[in-house]
Write a protein that binds this ligand. Structure first.
Ligand code: G4P
Length: 200
């Protein structure tokens, strides 16, 4: 998505070879109009896939996911990160390790909002090692739902997340793909094709 690449070039800061800071429009301050355009871009790509629910992982995935759900006119379910297991028959839970943040958490989803009839689109802000999205896929498959795809704003293509998701038979659609980061350097790969550019 050209708009997202331009925004990353203008406002993003490569902290080092591994981390891109996008606090001014995604992770801290949220550019709401821009998120609406992001939602339309995901909806444009996934519109014909029979999506019944959008799922995201708290917290930075929520803004783009709510806009995607709005554009597709379906509900959004937010997966919660709990620090420890909760004993509750109404919940699916799975352990996720974050290598970027060096922590582990229990990803949690209520049994009430997803069923085997659902075709689910997972939306998240970053794809790095693919652990969070893999956890979401595990929970959705526990509920016997169909994972229709994963939509990502910023894929760090030098990390293994994309391949990990594709190995699980899931389509990955990334609006921006980063080939390399370095001091004052942000290099992109061509974004995924079949892109619907939103209206300005
Ligand atoms: P993975 O799910 O792909 O394996 O990613 P990983 O655990 O390594 O990343 C964990 C957290 O770090 C996620 O946020 C992810 O969005 C964030 N992250 C990864 N790489 C970058 C980066 O280059 N820049 C920024 N800004 N964030 C990155 P989280 O823990 O879910 O936090 P939240 O912001 O959603 O609350």
């Amino acid at each position: 998505m050209k708009l997202l690449e331009e925004k990353i070039r203008a406002e993003g800061k490569a902290v080092n070879e591994h981390i891109l800071k996008v606090d001014s429009f995604i992770n801290h301050q949220v550019d709401a109009f821009f998120m609406m355009q992001i939602g339309e871009a995901f909806a444009g790509h996934f519109r014909d896939k029979g999506i019944t629910k959008v799922v995201t992982i708290e917290s930075s995935g929520i803004a783009p996911a709510v806009m995607t759900a709005l554009a597709l006119n379906v509900p959004l379910i937010i997966l919660k990160k709990q620090s420890s297991k909760i004993l509750n028959d109404d919940l699916y839970q799975t352990a996720v390790t974050s290598f970027t943040k060096g922590c582990e958490y229990e990803l949690t989803m209520s049994k009430h909002f997803i069923s085997k009839e659902d075709h689910v689109l997972i939306i998240d802000d970053f794809l790095a090692n693919g652990e969070a999205a893999t956890g979401a896929i595990r929970l959705l498959r526990l509920a016997n739902a169909t994972v229709a795809g994963v939509g990502i704003l910023i894929e760090k293509s030098f990390q293994p997340g994309r391949d990990k998701l594709i190995e699980q038979g899931v389509e990955v659609f990334s609006l921006a793909r980063i080939k390399r980061l370095g001091k004052n350097l942000i290099e992109f790969l061509p974004a995924d094709s079949k892109m619907t550019e939103p209206r300005n």
